[in-house]
Design a protein around this ligand. Structure first.
Ligand SMILES: [Fe+2]
Length: 388
């Protein structure tokens, strides 16, 4: 199936990688750089995509050293390769880490300077060189959003870039590239997608069209993520998760995110932890904070409706919020994800520094209420000590 949008083209469904050569030919690209990690390189996934590039009469090289939470150094290495090879398009094969690296390289190649200069909102002037994203996880939605994240180890922080010039030109969500995702990665990336969808509903920029996408994604994720986790060969569950993470991406690319992502970026940047796991742990604690404001009641009703919580219409206040967070905690538990930050083996956390970093994160400004630093500290403390 093919879906066209203002950004580019997205291919969905098993075997949809076969649609790529024709699309590349139409665009006339000739020299590509595949950006991937060593696991996907060794598994042959990168070469499978390479064969499609050859069918399109495009030559290619492979950079296979992308790591989770890609750093400035990885972006610079990749940029050097892209410049040296004089490529005219990039092909990310992977999840958010590969796609975000490609976005960063694309922007700096076309706009010059250093990647650090693009932290924030719409800092580039020119559209980056074309990106193909062959998605191998069901979580980040990076193939459909204007967001990318690069870790700056010198500052122990993640830089969040929101830039309409970084959008992917061709997205491929073919489950043949997702079937071998191990259960742990399925769980973490799936809960990242759930966090995108819930934060989209709770964001202060939420509008009916983002609610519609986000609520559909919440329902699909709660139905299909446990199945994909329990049985990685369940094609229907993989397929539905691919649609759900994409739809959650469309929602949050327009509504923005919120306090969960701001706090998860600070935590992941300081301790190099998996993004989806940070979100999964923090999500119910931040929901409790946001749900303490009476103005959020209608938004929590939408979350409860999408989660399929019985009698949500009759619930009010704390009961409503508790029903939602209970559901999320039970879901995380069924996916063997930790309930507290302490379980991540972080040792004692520097709550003050984490809160300062989270307050500066671009995602924080879309949280319905801007918290005080002391409130962010308190949420970290609760999440560490598992107090709800
Ligand atoms: Fe995320």
């Amino acid at each position: 199936m093919e879906r066209s949008n203002a950004v580019g083209v997205s291919f969905f469904g098993k075997g949809s990688i076969s649609l790529l050569p024709e699309e590349l030919k139409k665009r006339g690209v000739k020299r590509g750089l595949i950006i991937t990690d060593s696991f996907l390189y060794k598994s042959g996934a990168a070469d499978k995509v390479g064969e499609r590039l050859l069918e399109a009469e495009a030559e290619y090289a492979i950079y296979y050293l992308v790591q989770p939470n890609p750093t400035v150094m990885i972006v610079n290495e990749c940029l050097h390769a892209a410049k040296t090879l004089q490529v005219d398009f990039l092909v990310a094969v992977g999840g958010g880490s590969a796609i975000d690296t490609a976005k960063a390289v694309s922007i700096v190649l076309e706009n010059g300077g250093r990647v650090e200069e693009y932290e924030g909102v719409n800092k580039s002037k020119r559209k980056g060189i074309p990106i193909v994203a062959v998605n191998t996880t069901a979580g980040t939605g990076s193939e459909v959003t204007a967001f990318y994240i690069v870790t700056d180890p010198e500052r122990y922080s993640k830089m969040c870039m929101v830039d309409s010039n970084c959008m992917v030109s061709i997205a491929v969500n073919d489950i043949d590239f997702m079937m071998t995702m191990p259960p742990k990665l399925t769980a973490a990336t799936g809960m990242d997608a759930m966090t995108h969808a819930i934060e989209a509903v709770l964001s202060k920029k939420a509008v009916p069209i983002t609610d519609k996408d986000a609520m559909w994604a919440i329902t699909a994720i709660k139905d299909y993520l446990p199945r994909a986790y329990q049985n990685g060969s369940d094609e229907e569950a993989r397929e539905m998760m691919a649609y759900a993470e994409y739809t959650a991406g469309m929602a949050f690319s327009n509504s923005g995110l919120g306090m969960v992502h701001a706090m998860a970026h600070a935590l992941g940047g300081m301790l190099n932890l998996p993004h989806g796991v940070c979100n999964a742990v923090l999500l119910p604690y931040v929901m409790e904070f946001n749900g303490s404001f009476p103005e959020m009641a209608e938004r929590f009703k939408k979350v409860a409706q999408a989660l399929g919580i019985p009698s949500y219409r009759c619930m009010q206040g704390e009961d409503l919020v508790h029903a939602c967070t209970r559901f999320i905690r039970d879901l995380s538990h069924s996916l063997s994800l930790p309930e507290s930050l302490k379980e991540l083996g972080t040792g004692m956390l520097d709550y003050e520094t984490l809160a300062e970093t989270a307050m500066r994160d671009v995602c924080m400004k879309d949280n319905f209420f801007m918290p005080a630093k002391s409130q962010v500290v308190e949420v970290y403390r609760r999440a560490f000590e598992h107090k709800s």
